[in-house]
Design a protein around this ligand. Structure first.
Ligand SMILES: NC(=O)c1ccc[n+]([C@@H]2O[C@H](COP(=O)([O-])OP(=O)(O)OC[C@H]3O[C@@H](n4cnc5c(N)ncnc54)[C@H](O)[C@@H]3O)[C@@H](O)[C@H]2O)c1
Length: 329
């Protein structure tokens, strides 16, 4: 039995409590938040979970895994304390607010023989897992174009890129093994007094692949659409479409340079394939994976290094915003 504690019981933390409580071989024994009302939410539904406002209480307990669902700026310090107390950690995205912090946590975990899991939830979502299977059929990958926009939730301590783009960056890192080379981020503080609430990011890869990510807290409607195009097929992933989240289009453009005319494009438009996708909560799949890794000493699908890759991209976005130019990775 894996004994679990959850620190941070605001919006996301209760989902971790619910999912770890629901699976075999795990039990949530402790939960923590600074705010009494958040502790009450857990008290009402789970009478056996011990509660505290001071996460240091948890460090003294016999606990295997601590889930950290506090605001990003607090992840490093809490995760460091947990690892130094001999606990494995599941850290919410983004893993930390700097690459130095992420590297230090990886070192501490390695020194203590502990595992870091980073909650890149989309990597466990059935549509993204299906896309990973389908990606080999799209031919040479050309581009990734994602829109992740809705009204709010404006965060107090990070900009919209740190809040929403970890999802796209984690999907990119999971789907493709080629390396990002350069990046440019353009953003504006339109309603938020301190941080960008709307941004566009372009990432260029070493093989010519290009990724565009548009994130915003200021859209009147919720859009979660991604196109992943190859030179043979193109995939549309619409996470708000309940029945047809993934569609594969047999469409593309071919240009025959051997023809007399220097520019002779032909357009292909074939079938559209809608794969069957399992309807299971990503966080449940992830919690089962985490427990399996701990019980059977397996390598996490999203470990500290995967968390670090995402933080590297986020940090580069900040640099690009600050310098108002493209930056190297
Ligand atoms: N994986 C996902 O899809 C997903 C979705 C939403 C949020 N998140 C991540 O989860 C984390 C939390 O986000 P949220 O939206 O739940 O934020 P939130 O502000 O709603 O909740 C954070 C909670 O942490 C508590 N907290 C802060 N410092 C603490 C401390 N030292 N000890 C104990 N509790 C403390 C706060 O009181 C608050 O209740 C963030 O890293 C966010 O990026 C992940």
């Amino acid at each position: 039995m894996i004994r679990v504690a959850v620190i941070g019981l605001g919006y996301w933390g209760p989902n971790l409590v619910r999912n770890f409580e629901a699976i075999d071989n795990a039990k949530v024994v402790y939960a923590c938040d600074l705010v009494e009302e958040n502790l009450n939410k857990i008290r009402r539904s789970y009478s056996s979970i011990k509660l505290t406002k001071d996460y240091r209480e948890i460090l003294k307990e016999n606990i295997d895994l601590v889930c950290i669902a506090t605001p990003p700026a607090t992840h490093y310090e809490i995760a460091k304390d947990c690892l130094e107390s001999g606990k494995h950690v599941l850290i919410e995205k983004p893993m930390t607010t700097s690459t130095d912090e992420a590297l230090e946590l990886i070192d501490i975990a390695n020194d203590h023989g502990l595992k870091i899991f980073v909650d890149h939830t989309f990597v466990f979502s059935p549509p993204v897992i299906k896309i990973k299977e389908l990606i080999k059929d799209i031919g040479k990958p050309l581009y990734f174009d994602s829109e992740r926009i809705n009204l709010g939730l404006l965060q107090k301590d990070v900009n919209v890129i740190w809040d929403l783009a970890p999802h796209d960056f984690s999907i990119l890192t999971y789907l493709f093994d080629f390396e990002p080379e350069r990046l440019i981020a353009i953003g504006s503080k339109l309603r938020h007094p301190y941080y960008e609430d709307l941004a566009h990011i372009m990432v260029k890869y070493d093989n010519g692949f290009i990724a565009h990510v548009h994130v915003s807290w200021l859209s009147p409607v919720k859009i979660r659409k991604t196109i992943i195009a190859g030179d043979r097929k193109m995939i549309l992933y619409d996470d708000t479409n309940f029945f047809e989240k993934v569609k594969v289009y047999d469409k593309g453009v071919d240009i025959d340079l051997s023809k007399e005319s220097p520019f002779f494009p032909t357009y292909r438009s074939g079938d559209i394939y809608v794969p069957k996708i399992e309807n299971k909560e990503p966080l449940r799949i992830e919690a089962e994976h985490v427990v399996d890794c701990l019980l059977n000493n397996k390598k996490p699908k999203v470990d500290g290094y995967a968390g670090l890759k995402v933080v590297e991209l986020l940090e580069a976005c900040d640099k690009s915003l600050k310098e108002a130019k493209e930056v190297e990775l």
